[in-house]
Structure formats: C-alpha cells, structure tokens
Design a protein around this ligand. Structure first.
Ligand code: HEC
Ligand code: HEC
Length: 288
C-alpha cells in the first residue's frame, strides 16, 4: 500500500513544477503582449514608416511612387496586406490579381522587398490602421547632370567622401551587366530610380543592410545624389523604350543571318572540296 503511494507521488513533483512553469510563462507572455499593445506598437510602426516607406508613400498626402496609404487597412484584406508588406515581390510573382493590378496602375514599378520581420509588419499595420497622416514628400535635390552621374556610376569620377562606385555591385540598363558587379540588384526597374524623392531619401540614409553599411560612413553629397539620379532615371526610361528593344532584336537577327551566310560560304566550299574528289574517285573506279 505505502509502496504504491510512493510510486505515484514520485512523478507528481516534476509534473506540478511543469504546470507552474507553464502558467508562469503564459502569464508573462499575456501581460507582455497586453503592455506592448497598441500604442507602443503603433509608435514603432511610425518610426519604421518614416525610415522605410515615406520615400514612396504618403498617408493622406497623395500618390508618390506608390499609392496613398490612407484607409488601406480598410480597403484591403488584412491577411493579404500582411503578406504584401512582408514580401511584395513574392506576392506579385505568384500572379496575385490585386498585386498585378496595382503593379500595372503604378507604371510597372515594383515595390521592393524591404526584408521586414512579421513583428515589424504588425507594428506598421497598427500604425496604418490608427488614422495617422503624414505630409507630402520632403526631400528635394538640386538639378542633376546625367553625364556626370554616369561618370560617378562607372567610376570615371571619384565621390568626394570616397565611397565605392556603384558599378562594382550594380548594373543598369545593360551597363555593367557584363563584367560589372551583381552583389546588388539591377537598378533598371528599381522603385528607387523612378522618383527623385524615393531615390533621395533612400540613398541619403539607406534602410537596407549592405547599402547602409557603405553609405553611412561615406555619404554622397546632394549634388552627387542629384547627378546619379539624373543618370539612373534616364537610363532606366531609355531601356524600357520598345523601339530600342526592337532595334536590338533586329540587329541580333541580322547578325545571325550574316554569320550563317558566312559559315555557309566557308564550310560549304570546304565540304564540297572533300566530296568532289571522293565522287570522282568513285566514278573512276566504276568505269574500270
Ligand atoms: C521604392 C518604393 C516603395 C517603397 C520604399 C515602399 N513601397 Fe509600398 N508600394 C510601392 C508601389 C509602386 C506600390 C504599388 C504596387 C506595385 O507597383 O507593385 C506599393 C503598394 C503598397 C501597398 C498596397 C496599397 C494599396 O493601395 O493596396 C501597401 C499597403 C504598401 N505599398 C505598403 C508599404 C509599406 C508599409 C512600406 C514600408 C515598409 C512600403 N510600402 C515601401 C512602392 C514602394
Ligand atoms: C558593395 C556593393 C554595393 C555598392 C558599391 C553599391 N550598392 Fe547599391 N545595393 C547593394 C546591395 C547588396 C543592395 C540590396 C539591398 C542591401 O542589401 O543593401 C543594394 C540596393 C540598392 C538600391 C535599392 C534597389 C531596390 O530596388 O531595392 C539602390 C537604389 C542602390 N543600391 C543604389 C546604389 C547606388 C546609386 C550606388 C552608387 C552610388 C550603389 N548602390 C553602390 C550593394 C551595393
């Protein structure tokens, strides 16, 4: 009798401890969440929005590169919205009809994947749903010179604070795609090369890891930013013109036709040169 009680009570201790621990964990979690919501979360969201989104969006200030986000938490499904801000590139690539429609409406400019965590997206949504507004766009650049922008991009001209040349990591409109760097994305269709505001606020304080680590210590001057923007925006637009694409395609076809004709001339003769004596030898043998 006493023995069976002993055996039963043995596992009771650890089990009770587990239940207590679980309860404690639940309590700290619940109170933690309760304290974090909702105002602190919205404040985090506001800071994030100012850092990563204002280049392309206003809340109640009109369209920039992307739509005005006033009321977006009511006009879009919350699950879609969260997925979108988390990975817009993947949502668009999946053929999602809303994303495809927006992409067309906004001149085929993709919203970049900003590498946010789910917590950051929740904070942004709390802020967007909180009825806050922002003004219109802020940053403005002096007039830029595309020729000097190109010289900066490819490295013919040095940056005054000594930063590395863009072409060591980026290509744009075919420039740099052969032999250039590909650590960074091709900038031809980047949302940041479609509007001066978007470019200026990104490049003056890049919100992404690699870019930030370079340009925080060797910032570009306003004139350098303006020249780069003048070059990048022009290069991107030229690349997207269908007439130049057509010309390239025609040139390629012409080139191929020429090569085939040349090969035919050269190899054709050579083949005949081998075949002819063989045929003649065979004929001579047949006569004998
Ligand atoms: C480089 C510009 C750019 C940046 C930066 C950017 N977006 Fe966008 N965003 C766009 C564009 C352009 C669209 C329209 C869809 C498209 O073209 O892909 C869009 C669409 C959206 C939409 C859907 C709007 C609607 O009407 O349904 C939401 C929501 C959104 N962005 C939120 C954000 C948030 C939040 C951030 C910051 C974390 C952000 N965006 C950063 C360019 C940008
Ligand atoms: C050492 C490599 C490196 C150099 C040099 C560099 N970049 Fe970048 N850049 C990157 C990487 C990597 C990314 C992707 C985001 C990240 O990790 O920072 C990026 C992202 C960008 C983007 C955002 C593209 C998008 O659509 O998301 C722009 C715009 C940009 N770079 C412009 C420039 C310009 C202009 C220069 C020259 C003044 C430059 N970069 C020099 C590596 C570089």
């Amino acid at each position: 009798m006493t023995e069976s009680v002993e055996r039963l009570s043995l596992p009771k201790g650890p089990a009770l401890l587990l239940v207590l621990l679980a309860a404690l964990a639940f309590l700290t979690l619940a109170t933690g969440v309760a304290f974090a919501q909702p105002s602190a979360q919205a404040a985090d969201g506001e800071a994030l929005f100012k850092e990563k989104c204002v280049a392309c969006h206003t809340i109640g200030g009109g369209k920039l590169v992307g739509p005005d986000l006033q009321g977006v938490t009511e006009r879009q499904d919350p699950v879609w919205l969260k997925q979108w801000i988390l990975a817009p590139d993947q949502v668009l690539a999946s053929g999602d009809p809303i994303a495809t429609g927006l992409f067309k409406e906004y001149n085929n400019v993709p919203m970049p994947n900003l590498g946010l965590t789910p917590d950051q997206v929740d904070a942004l949504l709390a802020y967007l749903g909180g009825g806050a507004t922002t003004g219109g766009a802020g940053a403005e650049l002096p007039a830029g010179d595309a020729v000097s922008g190109k010289a900066y991009f490819v490295g013919d001209q040095r940056f005054s604070n000594g930063g590395p040349h863009c072409i060591s990591c980026h290509s744009v409109a075919g420039l740099g795609s052969l032999g250039g760097g590909n650590l960074g994305p091709d900038l031809t269709n980047s949302g940041y090369t479609q509007s001066e505001t978007a470019f200026a606020s990104f490049i003056s304080a890049p919100s992404t890891q690699t870019m930030n680590s370079i340009w925080a210590s060797t910032p570009l001057t306003l004139q350098e930013q303006a020249d780069l923007y003048a070059f990048l925006s022009k290069a991107a637009i030229q690349q997207r013109e269908p007439s130049s694409l057509l010309q390239i395609a025609l040139l390629a076809i012409l080139g191929a036709a020429l090569l085939i004709a040349l090969a035919n001339l050269y190899w054709g003769k050579r083949l005949r040169g081998v075949r002819k004596p063989m045929v003649e030898r065979a004929r001579a043998a047949a006569k004998r």
